[in-house]
Design a protein around this ligand. Structure first.
Ligand code: FPP
Length: 245
């Protein structure tokens, strides 16, 4: 039986975010180059997206490339950027067929021109799709995102558009890259590492966290469904007591 059948459709997480970790280690274990891990990681991306469409999850956000990842060997960075471009070229048809809208967060201006172009093209071509929003975090740093928000708000105060005292949670959220998407309900990280690694620090304040021992290339739809079932078994109290819920 599939874990899909155990999912309660009334308590679905609206937004799932994933830290896709372990591509390099998976490849090394097989005596292959790290790039082989990333190539197989793309298959797992497809699994995650298909799983979200099947389970009716409205938002999927994937940590595809962190701001810190620019420090990896040049060859690996180039291979990752090429994989991004070739995957977008290949997947556009599937996006359209499944109603997937593409979105990107992070310092996109740092990406090679062809990657920026392919990204913008795909975002534009899928902008009217409504089944699932796939957000790719690319050249992303959560701390930088918050610093940017602080700068924007400071500039508005300076220009007399807002008062410093009026800045609150909602206004801060509205100035993050994620302003148009709800906070994740569930965050999944693969590879057994128990870290957040500068991903959506503000947005995961109340997210349920699910850490899987599997390496990312081994991730399947069933893992996604099982994580959703686990999420549904937890009690989200948002600081309240069980009795108050
Ligand atoms: C983490 O594994 C994975 C990444 C840094 C890149 C993720 C990229 C992909 C799955 C492919 C391209 C993406 C898209 C959206 C088409 P790691 O290299 O950090 O593994 P390690 O921790 O074992 O070294």
């Amino acid at each position: 039986m599939s874990f899909l059948d155990q999912i309660d459709n009334i308590k679905l997480p609206q937004h799932i975010a994933i830290i896709m970790d372990g591509n390099g280690r998976w490849a090394k274990q097989k005596g292959k180059l790290r790039v082989f891990g990333h190539q197989n990681g793309v298959k797992a991306v497809r699994e995650a997206l298909e799983g979200c469409v099947q389970a009716n999850i409205k938002y999927l956000t994937l940590y595809a490339f962190s701001a810190e990842n620019w420090n990896r060997p040049k060859l690996e960075v180039v291979a990752l950027m090429e994989l991004l471009v070739s995957s977008l070229k290949k997947e556009i048809k599937t996006f359209q067929e499944n109603g997937v809208r593409l979105n990107a967060i992070g310092d996109i201006s740092k990406l090679p021109t062809n990657a920026q172009k392919k990204l913008q093209e795909t975002i534009e071509a899928t902008k009217d799709n409504t089944t699932c929003t796939l957000t790719l975090a690319l050249s992303y740093s959560s701390r930088q995102e918050m610093v940017d928000a602080a700068r924007t708000l400071a500039a508005k105060v300076k220009a007399g558009e807002i008062n410093a005292e009026d800045i609150n949670d909602d206004m801060f959220s509205a100035n993050l890259y994620t302003r148009n998407i709800p906070d994740p309900d569930l965050l999944i990280r693969t590879s057994g590492e128990l870290r957040i690694s500068n991903f959506l620090l503000w947005q995961i304040a109340y997210s349920e966290l699910c850490f899987l021992d599997k390496m990312w290339p081994e991730f399947t739809k069933e893992d996604l469904f099982q994580s959703i079932v686990e999420y549904q078994q937890r009690e989200r109290r948002f600081g309240k007591t069980s009795e108050q819920l």
